[in-house]
Write a protein that binds this ligand. Structure first.
Ligand code: HEM
Ligand code: HEM
Length: 177
């Protein structure tokens, strides 16, 4: 077997940071702005149009990223020095993929059930309240789980960078592999 590279593939690195930015923007806009707007507010359609396009794009980028991840070589697993954390890391990374994909899927399911697509890109109107639809509850619940997992993920990255000082962030950066 060829030796493990020192960094992730540049395509995976690009996708990691692009998706990280888009997911954080969608989470912030969704929970702090859009969900607080009444559906009768005229600006809500414009905000949701951006949110839906962004959400579907995130889902597509995440699927592309899974393909790239599968086709490229990765660095050897990093160690935190804590056996339990080392065992949980791959699970947490897998859960990041699953939760992001579930956000996009529940958003699409919500659109289909509530007629959102028609309201955003046709002549339909927004429903009185999205909370009447089950996918809205799923969308809100998964958002909370995803926020918690991202906080943990960033805390772990900082632990590697500041406590272990093992240069882990460089693995998710550009440079010679
Ligand atoms: C929405 C935000 C984010 C998501 C969804 C996300 C997702 C992921 C996933 C799934 C991996 C595993 C790599 C793979 O196998 O594909 C990963 C690795 C990594 N992430 Fe993130 N990430 C996010 C934000 C961040 C942020 C803000 C930082 C920095 C503070 C960060 C630093 C890293 C590092 C350093 C690695 C490499 C870990 C290693 O070498 O094993 N991530 N990220
Ligand atoms: C990864 C992608 C996505 C993320 C991170 C995201 C994030 C969020 C968040 C954080 C909320 C507020 C949840 C709450 O406070 O309970 C929200 C609400 C919403 N999202 Fe998404 N979303 C994504 C994809 C989508 C997609 C693809 C659609 C539609 C096609 C969509 C449609 C909506 C709608 C209709 C609401 C409800 C607004 C309301 O209750 O007034 N989202 N989203």
């Amino acid at each position: 077997m060829s030796p493990r590279p020192a960094r992730y593939h540049p395509a995976l690195v690009t996708l990691h940071w692009l998706i990280a930015l888009l997911v954080m923007l969608a989470l912030i806009a969704g929970s702090l702005v859009i969900s607080d707007m009444p559906n009768t507010e005229p600006d809500k359609i414009d905000a949701l149009r951006i949110h839906a396009i962004m959400g579907v794009s995130i889902g597509a980028l995440m699927l592309i990223r899974l393909l790239v991840r599968w086709r490229t070589a990765h660095p050897a697993p990093a160690s935190t020095g804590i056996a339990l954390a080392d065992r949980l890391a791959p699970l947490a990374h897998g859960a990041l993929y699953v939760l992001v994909l579930l956000m996009a899927a529940s958003g699409i399911a919500l659109s289909v059930q509530s007629g959102l697509g028609e309201a955003l890109f046709g002549t339909g109107a927004l429903p009185a309240d999205f909370h009447a639809f089950t996918p809205r509850l799923v969308h809100g619940l998964i958002a909370d789980l995803l926020i918690a997992l991202i906080v943990l993920h960033v805390a772990a990255a900082l632990y590697h960078a500041l406590v272990r000082r093992d240069g882990l962030l460089r693995r998710m950066g550009f440079g010679a592999r």
